[in-house]
Ligand binder design. Structure first.
Ligand code: KG4
Ligand code: ZN
Length: 344
């Protein structure tokens, strides 16, 4: 019976995916539509904000219509309209925020604003048995590398973040150095399967002994220097390398990233006395990372919960799911809602 349920339309446009989803009671996915713009950004090796924004404008109405059609609901059955309004590219977020405000106003429905990074965390909590709190959440995406102390689904405290490149950004930049295309994460993961993760000992920047912050730019630079050769003449030789050489670099880079992520998670777990580790964000789709963190948790008797693969990269299910918790708590936005680039 749809009438008894809280049905939320979620909208997501913070980076290079235009997404809409309809979710009932925060768990039941009635539809999920994601229009990726990756092909538009490939030639630039990263997301170009102006290109992203224009593509969102083109995609937003077809994507929302498709999500409503797939869910087989009418707008009168929708309880609220939710949107990720921060953090992200302002001119990209603006498209989703404007669409959500317009629909909420036209349909006379409440509007709910959701933090995109918090929504990534929610995707690791969806459809799970009771979570044993406190937990530590590692959110690794193209824009963020954040460690949180999590006391309940809605109580987060930021423990550490990146001081330079985000994890996904490092994957994308290294993929660009290796001529593997954009988005770099899946491409590196794929070729790394053929490589030896011990072939090259890339640096693991752990910073001070107790630091929970991350730095990946040194690692990225180390890969670039490796590709330029010892003479450092400034020529990237990656295009001259054999497939095996590229695979070894990719595997060794990926292993260095994972080592750092696990060491920082270990520190965070010890700091907060966590019983559970949560993993979300685009890079959480990486099998090597999922397996390594799962093994780490198993060896330490910690519970482990990771977002399902389709919910790791940007999507609107996570937005609608988190919005359900806000709906129940009566946390609504109004039509003055604005996009915000910062995390908070
Ligand atoms: O969460 P997301 O879709 O967007 C942001 O909020 O940034 O994350 C996108 C990032 C990209 O940098 C992409 O290269 C990375 O996630 N990514 C991966 C994998 N799939 C996506 N990184 C490593 N391995 C993957 N399989
Ligand atoms: Zn994201």
């Amino acid at each position: 019976m749809k009438e008894d349920r809280i049905i939320i339309l979620g909208i997501e446009t913070s980076c290079d995916e235009t997404a809409a989803a309809v979710v009932a009671d925060g768990q039941d996915i009635l539809s999920s539509v994601v229009a990726s713009q990756a092909h538009l950004h490939t030639r630039y090796g990263g997301v170009v904000p102006e290109v992203a924004s224009r593509a969102h404008v083109e995609n937003i109405l077809p994507v929302v219509s498709q999500a409503i059609e797939d869910a087989k609901v009418t707008f009168s059955e929708i309880s609220a309209v939710a949107v990720a309004n921060q953090p992200g590219l302002s001119i990209a977020l603006m498209v989703g925020v404007t669409a959500a405000k317009t629909l909420a106003w036209a349909w006379g429905k409440p509007l709910i604003a959701v933090n995109h990074v918090h929504a990534h965390l929610q995707s690791a909590l969806m459809n799970r048995e009771a979570i044993d709190f406190p937990a530590v959440a590692l959110i690794v995406s193209g824009g963020h590398t954040n460690l949180y102390e999590v006391r309940s689904s809605v109580q987060l405290h930021l423990l550490g973040t990146t001081i330079d490149d985000a994890t996904g950004e490092a994957f994308d930049k290294v993929a660009s150095i290796l001529n593997l295309g954009y988005p770099g994460g899946p491409a590196i993961e794929k070729i790394a399967r053929e490589g030896n993760p011990h072939a090259i000992n890339f640096p693991r920047s752990l910073m001070e002994k107790n630091s929970l912050d991350f730095s990946f730019s040194g690692l990225k630079t180390a890969v670039l220097y490796y590709c330029q050769g010892q003479d450092m003449k400034g020529q990237n030789r990656a295009h001259l390398m054999s497939r095996q050489e590229v695979a070894d670099i990719a595997a060794s880079f990926q292993a260095a990233v994972i080592d750092v992520l696990i060491e920082k998670t270990r520190r965070a777990v010890e700091r907060v006395g966590a019983r559970t580790v949560l993993l979300g964000g685009g890079v959480a789709a990486n099998n090597a990372l999922r397996t390594a963190l799962e093994t780490f948790c198993r060896n330490r008797g910690l519970a482990f919960s990771v977002a399902s693969k389709p919910l790791c990269t940007d999507n609107a299910v996570m937005v609608a799911s988190l919005a359900y918790l806000k709906y129940k708590a009566g946390l609504f936005a109004d039509l003055t809602l604005e996009p915000k680039a910062s995390l908070d």
